[in-house]
Every structure is written in structure tokens, then in C-alpha cells.
Design a protein. Structure first.
Length: 633
């Protein structure tokens, strides 16, 4: 998530000083480009690996700070949530066994992370979205205690009016509002960095935009969020919503979001992108510049451009321009942020090799892609790939239409192979990684498809929570093996042992498919619904989703026995008979504590409330069913 050394914007003077530093950095970069002072004719590849920390029950484990302390390895850095971690890998010259070295280092850092995590009672799981995540895991206490993340949470929250929301529609539908930025922590990526010649940056960036769709279509790995089946790569929609700082007025006039695909082809140079970012997106973080970049240039030295890099790190396009300094040499690179983490290291490196092969081959094959493809088609392709994966309909160069899988197999894989070979990549690497990707595309079994097919095969037996947990357990086990995802067997059943670990908290047992009423609704309607749906308790909520009461079957019987309150005849309102002070629990309440509460208070149900809002209900029958399954196991 970028630079950690940040300061809060305290006053207008501080903001103006940072803006001056930002403009000086941009001017220094312009001078460096004009004077050919950036490294050219060199291609390097690098990557960033984001990962989830999970506990013994496969839920998120907020132990990142403890894991980092044990690791003591500068390649590892914190991420936005206490259950996220990131590793920055060593860049390599493009050629030879560069992808094999990437795979070896990925395996090494994951092994180190797992060892440190296990010492903290946790493990490491690679995935675009962790299947077991629940809203209760996104509390503010799980924000990593670093200035950058708390400042992001404060500023973006202020800009949005304090509410972070997302609406995503796929096979299921998710509409969620939250009070902090941790929706962003639900996604993890495998980010690929490609160093490019500054003189070719515009053409290379446009090409990265064009190939983002087929590269993503082959890599999709995030079809689930909070138990909902959404996009094949739900990360794309989720991350855009969770970091959207636009006001309603800005959205109404189509102001671009901080997370997005872009609004048009790049015409001249990287300077265009940085100018656009400075003009469109207000400064939300500052630091104290430790140098005058123009004076540094005047001495013949290399400026760090820290203000420019900090501001650039608060904007998250799916392809991002990056300035860096390596071994004293300044350079430009393109960071592809769209590829998900997992399912395996081999799958990730295969995705990186495919993207890189296209980036090296297509300039010769197509020339300037912006002259052969409309930008709107490239953008539509990207979101179609995120929604539908290999089944997406894509509009390619010269208006040709393809299903994503056909485009990859018929046109792009042969070109990617040739591009890597021309770059000097070892033939064994080309075949290992692009061969794995080809098999995946031919089989149609991406990580996303494997998850969806496994869920379907598990059926409706057990709770949704248990199915997500079984899915996560299978991912964790299989990604530590040697088989890529297209060779994974679909989960067809689960053993009852899972019940012994799955029901530790109310959140794992509660029902979220609720029928609720408002205080002014008709009591007769409640009675009818109880009959139709065979339920004995109906929560009462206000327009904001806050629990304000509960109607029980017992209260209806009492009304029939005693007569309508106040002689209201048949038009009795819910508020007249509801319990206006219901006992409730949180999703994190231990099951044993909830059972004891119900026994002591002689009640048959407990509304489940989080941040004053109703999120579920748990009844005595849920506990009985859980106990029966444990006994059967």
C-alpha cells in the first residue's frame, strides 16, 4: 500500500508546501526525461506478493505485527489490515531463468512467512479474496497500527462522509455499507512490475492497458465475498468501491475514481499520467521532503522524488506508472495490479510470464495498439474479464470479437511464447509457465471456476460458513503442493470433523437470510409470515437497519389471549406488541456464552448485532442442529 513515512495534513500551509514539493518533483522528472537521464534499453521484472494470515479455524488471524517481528526480513512489509502481509521480491533482468528465480524466491518467502506465522498460531493462505472473511473481521481494531493506514482511513472516510459502501451484482448480490477502509483488506494481489524504456513508455503503457483483459481472464481467482457468488474476479469491483474517495457530486459529474482503469490512451509520456493525477486527485497525505530535487539534479545526482512517489501511492489504477531508483540508476516501470494472489506460486508466475510475453511481443505484431483498438473497448474488455473470466466476450484489435479463451489460445499464447524467446528467456521456463497457463485455459478451470464448482458440489449440506471454511482448508492444503489449479480435484463432500471447529462463535451459526419488519407494520402480516416461513421470531429494524425490537410467537399468542393493546381492533402495529429492548449478541460472541444467556433468560432466539445494525439471528434450533451434527461426527 505504499510509503509508510507519512504525516497528517494539518493545515493549508502544510498542504501548499507539499504541493510545491510535488510540482518540483514533476519538473525534475521532466528534466530527467529530456536529458535521457533515466535507465533505458534494460528490461527487468519484479513482483509483490500479498497474502492472508489465517488462524486454525481458517478465519483471518490479526497477527501480522508479531509475524513481521519474528521474520526480521526487509522484504516483508505490513499491509492495511493486521491479517494481511506483503513480500517485495528481488527484480531480475528479463531473460534466462528469470521466471524460475521468481518462483524460487516466492516459495522461499512463503516458507519463511509460514514458519513465522505458525509460531504465532497462524498460517499463510494465497487468494484473491479469503473465502472465510466476515464483516465482523473488518473492525477498526484490525487496521494495522501504522500512520499511513490510519491516515488513509481518516481522509477517505471524511471525503466519503464516513461510509464505505459497495454494491456488486453477479450470480448473487451484495450491497454493503461499512464504517472504515478495511473493505480494501479483503483483496490480495500478485503485482507484476515491468521496467520499460522511458522513450517507449506511452506505447508500453497503452499496451499494458490492452492486454490487461486477457491476462486477467486467464487468472481469475476471486469469485466469493462474504459467502456471495459475485464476479469471477470480485477484487476488481471491491477494491474500486473500497477506495473510492469521490463525493456524490463528483460521481454525478463522472469524476474518475482513485481506483480505475483510466479514461483514454496515453499520448506522449509518463508526464501526462502524473499531471493527470496531480490535477484530478487532491493530496491526502504528506511527508517532509528531504531534498530539493532540482538542486540534486544540478549536482549530477539522482533525486528520490519522494513527494511524487507518495502521491502516486495514494492512487491505484490497475496499471500504475512507477518511478524508482535501483543501484543508483533511476528508471520507469509499469505495475500491473490486476492479477490476484494464488491459487499457487506456479499459477502466479505463469500469469506473470503471460503478461510479460505479451508486453514484449505485441509491439512488433501490432505496432501502436492505440491506433488499432478503441480505448473504450480496452476498458470494457477489462471489466468483462473481471466479471466473466475465460467466458468474457472481448473486442480485440481491428474490431475482432473473441471469447477470451479463444483469443488466448488462438492468438495470444503463440505471440507470448515468441516474445519471451526473443527476450532471451530460457525455453524450459517458457514451456513450464506458458504451458501451465495453456493447460488452465484449455481446461477452463481457473481458481474462480474451481471454487464455484466445489461449492456447487458440496450442495446445501451444513452451513454456508462451514462450506467456506472447507474451501479455504482445501486451498491452503493444495497450494502447498506442486499441482497448479487446473489439476485440482473439485471438492465433492466434507467430513463432519469440520463441525468440531466451525461453531466457536455465533457468527458461524447465525442465519443472515432474515425477514424483518418495521415498527409501524401490521401485526397480522407478521403472523402470516411466521406461518408461511415456519419461524417463531421476527426482528424489528428501523430505516437504517438498526435493531429496535423483536416480535415473538409468544407475544402474538398473548395478544390473542388478552386482546389488542389499546383496543386497536385489527389494525395493530408491530410497535404495540414488540419487545423494544431485546437481548442481542455480537457475531464474535462465543457459542457457549450465547447458549448460557438464552438458558438464563429463558429466550428462544438472539438477534445478532454489529455496530448497532442487525446482521443475523440465532435460535435454539441452530444450537440443537449443531449439537446433533457434532454427535453424529
Amino acid at each position: 500500500m505504499g510509503e509508510q513515512d507519512v504525516e497528517r495534513v494539518l493545515d493549508e500551509r502544510q498542504q501548499r508546501a507539499f504541493m510545491k514539493a510535488l510540482l518540483d518533483d514533476l519538473r525534475a522528472l521532466e528534466l530527467m526525461l529530456e536529458g535521457d537521464r533515466l535507465e533505458s534499453d534494460v528490461r527487468r521484472i519484479g513482483s509483490e506478493q500479498e497474502m492472508f494470515l489465517v488462524d486454525s479455524n481458517l478465519g483471518p488471524a490479526p497477527v501480522a505485527e508479531e509475524v513481521l517481528a519474528r521474520l526480521g526480513d526487509e522484504r516483508f512489509v505490513a499491509e492495511i489490515a493486521r491479517f494481511n502481509l506483503e513480500a517485495n521480491l528481488t527484480p531480475h533482468l528479463l531473460g534466462g531463468r528469470c521466471f524460475a528465480r521468481m518462483e524460487e524466491e516466492l516459495s522461499e518467502v512463503l516458507g519463511l512467512a509460514r514458519e513465522a506465522a505458525r509460531a504465532c498460531g497462524a498460517d499463510v493462505l494465497l487468494g484473491g479474496i479469503l473465502p472465510t472473511l466476515a464483516i465482523a473481521d473488518l473492525s477498526a481494531e484490525n487496521i494495522t497500527p501504522r500512520p499511513r493506514y490510519h491516515e488513509l482511513n481518516r481522509v477517505i472516510g471524511d471525503l466519503r462522509g464516513g461510509t464505505f459502501s459497495a454494491y456488486i451484482k453477479g450470480r448473487d448480490e451484495l450491497h454493503i455499507s461499512h464504517d472504515n477502509i478495511l473493505l480494501a483488506s479483503c483483496s490480495a494481489s500478485f503485482q507484476v512490475h515491468l521496467q520499460v524504456d522511458p522513450r517507449e513508455f506511452a506505447a508500453q503503457y497503452n499496451l499494458a492497458q490492452a492486454v490487461a483483459a486477457p491476462a486477467l481472464a486467464a487468472a481469475v481467482n476471486s469469485p466469493l465475498l462474504f459467502g456471495r457468488r459475485l464476479w469471477q474476479e470480485t477484487r476488481v469491483a471491491l477494491f474500486q468501491h473500497s477506495n473510492d474517495s469521490r463525493t456524490s457530486a463528483q460521481q454525478a459529474r463522472s469524476q474518475p475514481p482513485r481506483v480505475g482503469f483510466g479514461e483514454g490512451w496515453l499520448r506522449d509520456s509518463v508526464i501526462e499520467l502524473f499531471r493527470e493525477q496531480i490535477a484530478r486527485f487532491r493530496v491526502i497525505m504528506t511527508n517532509t521532503p528531504d531534498e530539493d530535487p532540482l538542486a540534486v539534479l544540478g549536482r549530477g545526482e539522482v533525486p528520490a522524488l519522494s513527494a511524487l512517489r507518495l502521491h502516486n501511492g495514494t492512487i491505484w489504477p490497475w496499471n500504475r506508472a512507477c518511478y524508482g531508483v535501483s543501484e543508483g540508476r533511476p528508471h520507469l516501470r509499469i505495475e500491473n495490479r490486476a492479477l490476484p494472489a494464488g491459487p499457487t506460486v506456479l499459477d502466479e508466475v505463469a500469469n506473470a510470464a503471460f503478461f510479460t510475453g505479451l508486453m514484449t511481443a505485441l509491439p512488433e505484431e501490432y505496432g501502436e495498439v492505440s491506433e488499432r483498438m478503441a480505448f473504450d473497448d480496452a476498458k470494457a474488455n477489462f471489466f468483462a474479464a473481471a466479471r466473466y473470466g475465460l467466458k468474457a466476450q472481448l473486442t480485440w484489435v481491428d474490431g475482432e470479437r473473441y471469447v477470451a479463451s479463444s483469443l488466448i489460445l488462438e492468438r495470444l499464447l503463440p505471440l507470448a511464447r515468441e516474445g519471451l524467446r526473443r527476450s532471451g528467456v530460457a525455453g524450459t521456463d517458457v514451456e513450464r509457465y506458458l504451458g501451465a497457463l495453456e493447460e488452465r485455459v484449455r481446461s477452463g478451470q481457473t481458481g474462480a471456476q474451481w471454487m464455484l464448482q466445489s461449492l456447487e458440489a458440496m450442495g446445501e449440506e451444513g452451513t454456508s460458513d462451514l462450506r467456506q471454511r472447507k474451501l479455504a482448508a482445501a486451498i491452503l492444503e493444495r497450494q502447498q503442493g506442486t499441482e497448479p489449479v487446473h489439476r485440482w480435484e473439485v471438492i465433492k463432500a466434507y467430513d463432519s470433523e469440520g463441525w468440531r471447529q466451525s461453531h466457536h462463535t455465533v457468527g458461524h451459526l447465525m442465519s443472515t437470510d432474515l425477514f424483518t419488519v418495521r415498527p409501524d407494520d401490521l401485526v397480522e402480516m407478521v403472523a402470516r409470515v411466521m406461518e408461511w416461513r415456519d419461524v417463531r421470531h421476527v426482528p424489528v429494524e428501523d430505516e437504517e437497519g438498526r435493531l429496535v425490537g423483536i416480535v415473538s410467537h409468544r407475544s402474538l399468542l398473548r395478544m390473542l389471549a388478552d386482546g389488542p393493546p389499546g383496543g386497536g381492533g385489527e389494525l395493530v402495529a408491530v410497535r404495540q406488541i414488540m419487545n423494544a429492548d431485546p437481548i442481542s449478541v455480537a457475531p464474535t460472541t462465543p457459542v457457549a456464552e450465547a447458549v448460557e444467556l438464552m438458558r438464563r433468560r429463558r429466550i428462544g432466539s438472539l438477534p445478532v448485532v454489529e455496530d448497532r445494525r442487525l446482521v443475523g439471528i440465532v435460535t435454539v434450533y441452530d444450537f440443537l442442529e449443531s449439537s446433533a451434527r457434532l454427535a453424529a461426527g
